[in-house]
Ligand binder design. Sequence first.
Ligand code: PEP
Ligand code: MG
Length: 600
Amino acid sequence: MKIKRLFSSIVSRPRHPALPETETTRDGVGVSPGIVIGQAYVYDTTLENVPRYHLKDEQISPEIRRFTDTVGQTVNEINAVTDRAKNVLESDPLTSLLDVYRHILKGSRLMRGVVRRIEKDRINAEAAVLDEIAALSDVFSAMEDPYISARIEDIRNIGQRLLRNLQTNISDNLDQLPDNAIVIAQNLSATDTAMLSMRKIAALITVNGSAQSHTSLLARSLGIPSVVGAADIMKIASTGDLIALDGTYGKIIVHPTPETIELYRKYRTDFLRWKRSLKRLRDQPSSTTDGVYIRLKGNIDLPEEVPFLLQTGGDGIGLMRSEYLYMNRDTLPAVDDITAILNKIVDQMPDKPIMFRTVDIGADKCLPDFSNYKAPNPALGLRGIRFAHQNETVLADQFEAVLQVCSRADIRILLPMISSVTEILNTKALLNKVADKLRAEGKPVPDKLPPVGAMIEVPSAALEADLLAANCDFLSIGTNDLIQYTVAVDRTDAMVTKLFNPLNPAVLKLIKMTIDAANAHNIPVSVCGEIAANYHYAALLIGLGVRELSMPAVNIPMVKERIRSISLYDAERFANHILTLHYPDDITSAFNAFEEGKRF
Ligand code: PEP
Ligand code: MG
């Protein structure tokens, strides 16, 4: 009861009253919750005047050596941050991230590309790093999927660090940080964030960045309140300015009045009390007040994310996006590469289910080196399972890897962008073919092959959910795409973002149809799109019949808290009421009323 009250005080407190003109307010994207009143410190990470010059023949080998030495120095720096983090912080998410950075620094496409440019273009290492990052960014510019772009941001961050190390005159001056510093930067790498976190830093504001970037993820897991996307903050705030910041709502107030300061102090007290209550919940079951257990699983891209997922008490991996395996490289990963990644995950969580999603290439996640195909309308083109069937070795290799690991783990195969049952049948036929091939080679393959399920993210799949459920072992609702395709709103287009509404009645009907079909066939159904990560939607989804939600690990505690504060009885009545409403505004009003405590 107490937790519920505290939770409500955060969720339903008035947004922000009108503020006097002496203050300057800015709205960014709140990516790590928390309230801070502190002093601005403008941290300039821009690398101006990167030198560019041509090399003579005899300069090429020394330049490559200078570059590889710098890579070594950068790895050492990352190792040092890791060691310091081990002593200072509860840092599993941080060390996982630093592992990703080490991985990028070891023979990745970025590294190979830089060496190639030094050799072929005969340019200095700094220019080669800049050019290679620009080339990679161009290739990826069509991809606005937040998860993919977060990985690209990692590559850029490493590039920046390399540039800084190549230019030895640039030094970090973090020792100058004032107490209670709110660090403002154009962009911060996750390593910068890690280093800053060792100092007296109270909050972060960046001009660039996305909620899904590793920097934001790290800020969240280190509990540093943060706002990204504050477009002109570098112009309106200077080092030493007093700032009040709300990392939940993305609010920044430069030169707050005494009244605002008092208000923010109160917000801060409420927030800290709420946060303490969340920590205590980590080992509690995610059950409703009337005892119904809701499985909470993690969405991951990399094995390095597993320790953090385990730390939050997740029940397994509900969505392993496998696209990352195909990025930042010139050639297809070998079966052994995929097997190694899967083994790395299984070693860390041998007893928990892993939902391996076959590669979802295409549309917002197109990849550079695979095809020259230019879709006239990429979201409706060759993506997900369609791409996989046209490039069958990609899918066959993924199956071969899964089959080699499945005898020692609970691995399930999830198929993206299914739009008809034929795709399921064809995919299962391919899985059987690969299993037969492995058996013929004398490799051990269990008689019972891993369960196969469909992502429901296209209206035709939801409308045919009954038939799909009859042919699948489970279903998983990908609301990011299901909303996009149902209301014809590009999920990456900011101009129409207001129409990207999970509460659109057509979307809710399709979700409900899918859940009912799964229940009728007695197979599990989960939700793994972003609405599963948003605790505001937990009651509605549970009320509609979902018993499993999969989300980025950082969101698990908050969703769990929400689940523990509601009863299935109330959630079902609420969901049934919502389903009787036709007008989006009525649905939104009822939704907000439930959030504020009304019961139906
Ligand atoms: C979805 O579409 O909701 C989903 C989980 O898949 P992705 O975001 O990877 O397209
Ligand atoms: Mg999707």
